[in-house]
Design a protein around this ligand. Structure first.
Ligand SMILES: Cc1cc2nc3c(=O)[nH]c(=O)nc-3n(C[C@H](O)[C@H](O)[C@H](O)COP(=O)(O)OP(=O)(O)OC[C@H]3O[C@@H](n4cnc5c(N)ncnc54)[C@H](O)[C@@H]3O)c2cc1C
Length: 402
């Protein structure tokens, strides 16, 4: 494994860093104070024009859709440092059209969509003209076990009918969200990994209702939101099924490998920014006659943060390298390892940075509180820590099977 970034990655890193400093951080400053806790009526949310302007700028500068290797020409190992840079700000991934859940959904359509589905949904998603949601998790079943999903997909001639309730559908509150990928039970008598399917549902389909937005630590994340959505006899043509009935798990594997590594790449950036903020604050502020950095165990906190970030980054890079060379299936343990390690160290380092900022760290005067919420979510979303530890243990134990 080569530890040097490629010349192409280096050149793009420079451009992306410049873009972040000139455009993203100044806007983030304004947006943090304005919107995160705006819990007003979600039905009146609007996409932010200032973000839309930056999206056009990023697109014009070629800092667009970098997550998709066949389009960007970047390997996962080359994309990793770019995703890390975008991870310094919560608003950056959308500006570069590299945000979840759209990236995962675009990957699904790229790999498994037919020509009609690509034309109708993938094209506008790649253009950043619409957004999408991923509706898998259900309130009534333990959704960390995806075989539990009980919302139904029933065949009726040339059509299918969807029924059930989903929640935590991220991004569905955005008026630009026009399509959701719904995962449901279509073949209840088949093998447990062949029972589910994925379907493209236009958000204006009759019978689809967004019931409410769910707050995360009291914040609704406008204009994106995390919705509870009911599907009551939603009737669609069979052509809305992705890759055929029963293919839900095959697609989920394809979707979640790259999606998880992208989250982790960005969280390395979030942890790096928290460390920078922690150091700057602790050097500038004085208590008991000394800069905070020289009080108590604060130097150890800083040293441990640096050690953990560097270790985690190496594991992320190794995982990216494996995905590039042997594919996601050859990196199953590593993908789960980083999915446990990175959000946990990001949570801890951001928490320590908040602590170093005192009361300010709890407010929206810094991005830390929002960054903490996001890192904490990632200990659950796309599989809780425990489930990923289970994967690592299973693969490890299999080596010793007699
Ligand atoms: C902010 C946010 C955004 C999200 N976005 C989306 C989205 O866009 N689309 C979507 O479909 N879902 C989304 N999710 C849902 C998320 O993926 C689920 O919450 C997660 O998969 C866990 O499912 P659950 O909530 O049903 O918890 P459960 O399955 O009930 O699990 C609860 C807990 O049980 C324990 N547990 C579970 N399995 C094991 C095990 N094998 N070993 C030991 N302990 C275990 C863990 O502690 C786990 O946290 C989002 C969640 C949040 C909070």
């Amino acid at each position: 494994m080569n530890f040097e970034h490629s010349p192409k990655a280096k050149e793009m890193m420079q451009r992306m860093e410049k873009f972040m400093h000139e455009h993203v951080f100044p806007l983030e400053n304004i947006l943090l104070k304005e919107t995160r806790f705006d819990n007003g009526n979600w039905k009146t949310w609007k996409p932010d024009e200032r973000i839309e302007v930056l999206k056009q700028k990023a697109k014009a500068e070629g800092l667009w859709n970098l997550f998709l290797p066949p389009l960007s020409g970047l390997s996962n190992a080359e994309y990793a440092p770019l995703a890390e840079i975008s991870g310094h700000s919560l608003i950056a991934p959308e500006i570069f059209n590299c945000n979840a859940p759209d990236t995962g959904n675009m990957e699904v359509l790229w790999k498994y969509g037919n020509e009609e589905q690509k034309e109708k949904w993938l094209k506008p998603l790649l253009d950043g003209k619409i957004r999408s949601a991923f509706c898998m998790t259900e309130p009534d079943v333990a959704s960390s076990d995806a075989t539990n999903m009980q919302a139904t997909i029933t065949e009726d001639g040339d059509e299918i009918i969807l029924n059930g309730t989903k929640w935590w559908s991220t991004g569905i509150g955005n008026p630009n969200c026009k399509v959701a990928i719904f995962m449901g039970l279509s073949n209840p008598d088949a093998h447990k990994y062949l029972r589910h399917s994925m379907v493209l549902v236009p958000l204006d389909a009759i019978g689809l209702t967004i019931e409410r937005m769910l707050p995360v630590f009291g914040a609704y994340d406008p204009p994106y939101g995390h919705g509870e959505v009911s599907f009551k006899n939603v009737r669609l043509p069979k052509s809305a099924v992705i890759a055929g009935l029963g293919k839900g798990f095959e697609i989920a594997q394809g979707r979640l490998g790259p999606g998880r590594i992208h989250h982790c790449m960005r969280q390395i950036g979030a942890a790096e920014r928290a460390l920078k903020m922690m150091i700057e604050r602790s050097m500038d502020r004085v208590a008991f006659g000394k800069p905070l950095v020289n009080l108590g165990g604060n130097r150890d906190i800083i040293a441990n943060a640096r050690i953990d970030i560097d270790m985690a980054r190496l594991l992320v890079m190794k995982t990216a390298f494996l995905i590039d060379t042997v594919g996601t299936m050859g990196a199953l343990s590593e993908v789960s390892q980083i999915k446990v390690v990175v959000p946990n160290i990001a949570c801890r380092i951001i928490d320590e940075a908040m602590q170093m900022h005192g009361g300010k760290g709890m407010s929206n005067d810094t991005p830390l509180a929002a960054m903490y919420a996001y890192a904490r979510i990632l200990r659950l979303a796309d599989g809780p820590d425990e489930v990923h530890r289970g994967v690592v243990a299973r693969i490890e134990l299999a080596k010793y099977k007699k």
